[in-house]
Design a binder for this molecule. Structure first.
Ligand code: NI
Length: 183
């Protein structure tokens, strides 16, 4: 695949409608889709993320990119692209702290399946299947949730949410209609 230069896109913050919208499957690998993948990838690295989904940049398509290990691997970049992902299996349960580029400064422990089997199409429109555990599995589930309009704070119990409720309300209040944090 020809390497496209990605653009850095603005991240939509909590309070933006795009984060709650249902996404549509991608039907064809057009130039536009290739550009979106390049933009998502560049933006993820630029913002020091380990994953980024299309709704977080205002697109309602079933696409996300992840690179859970680039920090551990001395910032060596090895992005994985997921188009129209589907779970084949979810197993076990494990709790760990998560954050999200759409929630600056907010972190919380979230329960996730320990192991998943997932299939999708990659950036070359080839069918891929991964068995993922622990961190890789967690990042994939976090991004998959974004495609369903589910945010990580939804998976935190009401009781635990009290800890960061004020921050959350502040973030929502200061996000304008274009999803830009003005606070
Ligand atoms: Ni996120």
């Amino acid at each position: 695949m020809r390497k496209l230069k990605g653009k850095i896109l603005p991240i939509r913050y909590y309070g933006d409608k795009s984060l709650r919208k249902a996404t549509e499957p991608v039907s064809e690998l057009t130039e536009e889709i290739k550009q979106l993948i390049a933009d998502l990838t560049r933006t993820m690295y630029e913002k020091d993320g380990v994953g980024l989904s299309a709704p977080q940049v205002g697109s309602s398509l079933k696409i996300f990119v992840v690179d859970p290990f680039w920090f551990q691997e001395g910032k060596k970049k090895n992005p994985f692209v997921f188009i129209n992902p589907k779970y084949l299996e979810l197993k076990g349960e494990i709790s760990a702290e998560e954050g999200c580029l759409s929630f600056p400064g907010i972190y919380a422990k979230v329960n996730r399946a320990q192991k998943i089997v997932i299939e999708a199409l990659n950036e070359n429109w080839e069918k891929i299947k991964y068995e993922a555990e622990d961190l890789f599995s967690r990042v994939l589930q976090h991004e998959y949730d974004h495609l369903e309009g589910i945010l990580f704070v939804d998976r935190v119990s009401k009781l635990k949410r009290i800890v960061f409720l004020k921050k959350l309300q502040e973030l929502e209040k200061t996000t304008d209609e274009n999803g830009v944090n003005i606070g």
